[in-house]
Design a binder for this molecule. Structure first.
Ligand code: GLU
Length: 568
């Protein structure tokens, strides 16, 4: 069943609760690069033995995120990629642990028969009491198997028949265990540290420790690369491997990723930022989304507001943040995708969180990483996630693109997150928007965020009253607003089928010359404010072309009516 040992096999084994966060993505990336660089296999396995915390939706999210990053698994859950190709499958499935119970049971039965494991029927109260006693005595709790081991077969049969919840525990015999790690070196857990831990829970599911060991063996995994928080767990895994007569894979525990301030990067960072914004605005009800409906129900919103341990679903969080105009720190892969980072940039940047190719080389692609990745260059100490650097990388990558590629990437991003743009302005105008925005763009998303006025209803434009607006509209002789009123008939004179950036430019240039306005900017800025509400937009004639004749005129009218009244 297992592959010949000469083939390198790594696996990424997420538990499908929540989303794939940057730390998990970095683990997957290193597993992928390590296997690929050695012509090996990269296996994806979904560790869904915790039934309460796992969900199919979360599993699917992991598959999508990995595919988006370009980390296609050679073996694992079958997944149809957006390009129509199929990923996954393989000879060592199923790749969802919840579908492998028979495999685990067979191994557990073997351990029971060999006296290397035993059933235990302690109640939760009994275990709690033992824990409390250990605490009171100032020593760490270690399960004492004496009573369970002393049970006779008939005692066990009676306990089972009486409906007592039984677990299976591994008989560790309190042995010392030495872990050898490719990154962290060697560490020995002293005798008595590993107690008789549970390997099958009362619900019949194996524990993480047991399933991971059985699967790493049966899937032929040769190298286990995973987060440092699992380092101590390895002791249990080594004991199980020995008891079951399995190979011992190479272990490498990867450094944690921290925020630059030294705190651990977690989804709570996002939640905290959203709470601050909601409290600052005294928001007591969920805001409405683009469809005019509340973004979540009132009861959920109140429960979240009242209890810091409650979290809103990721997409609800993002949607509320968007409406409030606050930017949340990205934590999950999906957050970075939504914010308009490119997957190849994220991959490049994540690789630098804990690894470097040397020679100050920082920009590289996945193929380079696969070729060069080695465990020797993985650091032991926590990696700092430098957002400014990520943004700079993204800017560079976007600026290095040709216009056609930028348009294609922007269109794909828009189709996923902002379909209202193409729907409203059409393909041709979308291409204008892409070309006009490309030179300044640091992310794909800022094109949409910065140009929301294009898709707002004409009567939804609200005019900022900043200094810049005041100056452009109310200062000078004539004022910007007066010029706008004078230019309006010029705009009206351009027919709908002639409504293009070049016609508009010709017309308004002539207008400026005739009126000796001098600088086209004198009319461009009032026009920009009239149609967008603010002083920032793509070049003015492109902007008017994208908006179209009817919207442009409607907005100019409304602006004149509302601001002339305000001025007088
Ligand atoms: N399912 C575990 C987790 O998500 C992975 C454990 C492992 O890689 O061994 O943390």
């Amino acid at each position: 069943m297992s592959s010949p040992p000469s083939v390198t096999v790594t696996r990424f084994a997420p538990s499908p609760s929540g989303n794939l966060h940057v730390g998990g993505a970095r683990t997957a990336l290193f597993c992928f690069a390590f296997a690929k660089g050695r012509h090996g296999r990269f296996v994806l396995r979904i560790e869904d033995t915790d039934q309460k915390r796992s969900s199919d939706a979360a599993s699917l999210g992991f598959l999508k995120d990995l595919e988006w990053l370009g980390l296609r698994w050679d073996e694992g859950p079958v997944f149809e990629a957006p390009d129509g190709s199929s990923i996954g499958g393989g000879d060592h499935g199923p790749y969802f642990q919840s579908q492998r119970l028979e495999i685990y049971d067979a191994a557990i039965t073997r351990l029971l028969e060999e006296g290397k494991a035993y059933e235990a029927f302690d109640t939760a109260e009994e275990l709690d009491a033992a824990r409390a006693a250990a605490r009171a005595a100032g020593r760490p709790f270690r399960y004492d198997g004496a009573a369970a081991l002393a049970m006779s077969d008939s005692d066990r049969a009676a306990a089972r028949a009486g409906g007592k919840p039984g677990v299976v525990r591994f008989r560790s015999e309190g042995r010392a265990v030495t872990i050898r790690d490719e990154i962290l070196g060697e560490a020995t857990l002293p005798a008595g540290e590993v107690d008789d831990f549970v390997i099958r829970k009362a619900d019949g599911f194996p524990t993480y420790h047991f399933a991971v060991v059985v699967d790493d063996e049966s899937m032929g995994v040769t190298h286990v690369l995973r987060a440092q928080e699992h380092f101590n767990n390895t002791a249990k895994h080594l004991l199980l491997q020995e008891a079951l007569g399995y190979r011992i894979p190479v272990y490498a525990h990867l450094p944690i990723i921290f925020n630059p301030d030294g705190s651990k990067m977690s989804k709570r960072d996002k939640d905290r930022a959203l709470r601050e914004a909601v409290v600052a605005r005294g928001l007591e009800a969920p805001p409405n989304g683009r469809d005019g409906l509340p973004l979540c129900d009132q009861a959920t919103f109140e429960r979240w507001r009242g209890d810091k341990t409650v979290q809103l679903p990721g997409e609800v969080c993002s949607a509320i943040a968007e409406v409030l105009g606050v930017e949340l720190p990205e934590i999950n892969v999906e957050d970075f995708r939504r914010s308009g980072y490119l997957p190849e940039v994220l991959v490049n940047f994540l690789a630098l969180n804990g690894w470097s190719p040397g020679n100050d080389l920082e920009k590289f692609d996945l193929a380079f990483l696969c070729e060069r990745f080695s465990l020797e260059r993985v650091v032991k100490t926590p990696a700092k996630f430098d957002r400014a650097k990520l943004l700079a990388f993204n800017l560079d990558a976007l600026q290095a693109m040709d216009g056609e590629t930028f348009l294609a990437r922007l269109r794909a991003h828009g189709a996923r997150y902002h379909p209202e743009f193409v729907a409203r302005i059409g393909e041709a105008n979308f291409a204008i928007l892409a070309a006009a925005s490309h030179p300044r763009s640091k992310t794909l998303d800022e094109v949409f965020r910065g140009n929301r006025f294009l898709v707002e209803p004409d009567d939804g434009i609200a005019w900022e009253r900043t200094k810049a607006v005041e100056k452009a509209l109310f200062k000078g002789e004539p004022t910007g607003l007066e010029l706008l009123a004078a230019a309006k008939p010029e705009l009206e004179a351009v027919a709908a089928d002639d409504w293009s950036a070049s016609s508009l430019e010709a017309r308004l240039t002539a207008f400026c010359e005739a009126r000796e306005v001098g600088n086209i900017g004198r009319i461009a800025q009032p026009l920009r404010i009239a149609v967008s509400g603010g002083t920032v937009s793509p070049p003015i004639f492109d902007t008017l072309a994208m908006l179209g004749r009817a919207s442009t005129l409607a907005r100019v009218d409304r602006c004149l009516a509302s601001l002339s009244a305000a001025a007088s």
